[in-house]
Ligand binder design. Structure first.
Ligand code: FAD
Ligand code: DHB
Length: 394
């Protein structure tokens, strides 16, 4: 058994926990990060791929943007496809030069782990029995078992960055939290394929057979998603069936379709909208997926996690330099304001682009009218563009 102390105890080494650790380091604040999975698992998990302009700018500002600058793919537009045609939305023109960058979450996590290691501050992988205690006191505690030994870490603050299935949110008494939730009657089947992307930009498509998304990870790897049932059995999807469905849903009358190649990864992602309020209880602050989940259609989850920890680091920075709790006290309300804007946008993109069994022909015609309006109205395209590249952090 060991007993140590730190200023901020961080649970979870996903993008939120790792980014928070680095931001705190730059403020001169000490932290310990505990992660229950292995380093290999955390890096290899295939997830997000789209970084907002603000996320990219922040990575550069804090000195973790070197690989992003070389390997990130800056996209100044996206395509919305329906009725057999692709329509380009010029993100950069509509937002005064802002854009998105395609750079896998795996790469972000790898860069943040390297930055953490360079600081020499503690990051424990494969920590089991992680628990938080005394969260309303001035000495909240983290405990875990690592390398066969129980560790107790006395902290001043705790950050719950442990994702949707973590232990921090459930450690807040349920009567102190209000939960807002919506489940969707569909999911995404996602693949990675060794194929050079046949479009320079993402294609979000609504087809009678359902939604499909063309994305990428590098000049030789394509990432694709298909709307499927929430309980879809992946074993019923041999590669040929996946490609046939992608061709049907993404191919346009000008002859464009995704280039095909060996499929190297397949998975089904459920879709939900979820918000827990407030994002603070005592000296425990929640950030990222631990507090909220968005359906992936707007590409907001990772970016919201980054926005939360940026705000939390500013607040802790203020506390440790001046003793003021002003920003800490405002953290939950301000993080939730951004969260709800991202929830609205993600819900809107999802409902515009997916087919549901409960839809009738009226609903489908309304969806097509919405898409038609979107791609022909400067105002509608501007609204999509400013949300998609990311609203300002403040
Ligand atoms: P997580 O990444 O979930 O990290 C939490 C960490 O805590 C994990 O490493 C977990 O192992 C650890 N943990 C859990 N429990 C414990 C415990 N008890 N003790 C210690 N550690 C624990 N977002 C976008 O912005 N753009 C996209 O394009 C996008 N696409 C997506 C596509 C898919 C298929 C999926 C699944 C998600 C996508 N997202 C996207 C969402 C994005 O991946 C998440 O929002 C993001 O990972 C949130 O980061 P986080 O650090 O809050 O949580
Ligand atoms: C990707 C994921 C998304 O959720 C999205 O909206 C766009 C791209 C991706 O994984 O590349």
């Amino acid at each position: 058994m060991t007993r140590t102390r730190t200023q901020v105890g961080i649970v979870g080494a996903g993008p939120a926990g790792l980014m928070l650790g680095h931001l705190l380091h730059l403020h001169g604040i000490d932290s310990v990060i505990l992660e229950d999975r292995s380093e290999h698992y955390v890096i290899d998990r295939v997830r997000a791929g789209v970084l907002e302009q603000g996320t990219v700018d922040l990575m550069h500002e804090i000195g973790v943007g070197a690989r992003l600058a070389v390997e990130g793919l800056r996209h100044e537009g996206i395509y919305i496809a329906f009725g057999g045609a692709r329509h380009r939305i010029d993100l950069a023109r509509l937002t005064g030069g802002r854009a998105i960058t395609v750079y896998g979450q795996n790469e972000v996590v790898k860069d943040l782990i390297a930055a953490r290691e360079a600081t020499g501050r503690p990051l424990y992988f494969e920590a089991s029995e992680v628990a938080v205690d005394d969260i309303t006191s001035n000495r909240p505690r983290l405990t875990c078992r690592a390398d066969g030994v129980m560790h107790t870490i006395d902290c001043e603050f705790l950050a719950g960055c442990d994702g949707f299935h973590g232990i921090c949110r459930p450690s807040i008494p349920s009567e102190q939290l209000r939960v807002y939730e919506r489940e969707y009657p569909f999911a995404w089947l996602g693949i990675l394929a060794n194929a050079a992307p046949s479009s320079d930009e993402l294609v979000y498509s609504l087809h009678e057979r359902g939604f499909a998304l063309f994305s990428m990870r590098s000049p030789s790897v394509t990432r694709l998603y298909l709307q499927c049932a929430p309980d879809e059995d992946i074993t019923q999807w041999p590669d040929d069936r996946i490609w046939a469905e992608l061709r049907a849903r993404l191919g346009t009358t000008d002859g464009w379709m995704p280039a095909e190649g060996a499929i190297t990864q397949k998975g089904v992602t459920p879709m939900r909208s979820f918000v827990a309020e407030p994002m603070q209880y005592g000296n425990l602050f929640l950030a990222g997926d631990a507090a909220h989940i968005v359906p992936p259609t707007g590409a907001k989850g990772l970016n919201l996690a980054v926005a939360d920890v940026w705000r939390l680091a500013q607040a802790l920075g203020e506390f440790y330099t001046s003793g003021r709790r002003h920003l800490l006290d405002r953290y939950s309300a301000e993080a939730l304001r951004r969260t709800w804007r991202a929830q609205r946008f993600s819900w809107w993109m999802t409902s515009m682009l997916h087919r549901s069994d409960s839809d009738n022909p009226f609903d489908h015609r309304r969806q097509l009218a919405e898409l038609d309006y979107l791609v022909s109205s400067e105002a509608a395209m501007t609204s999509l563009a400013e949300n998609y590249v990311g609203l300002p952090l403040l």
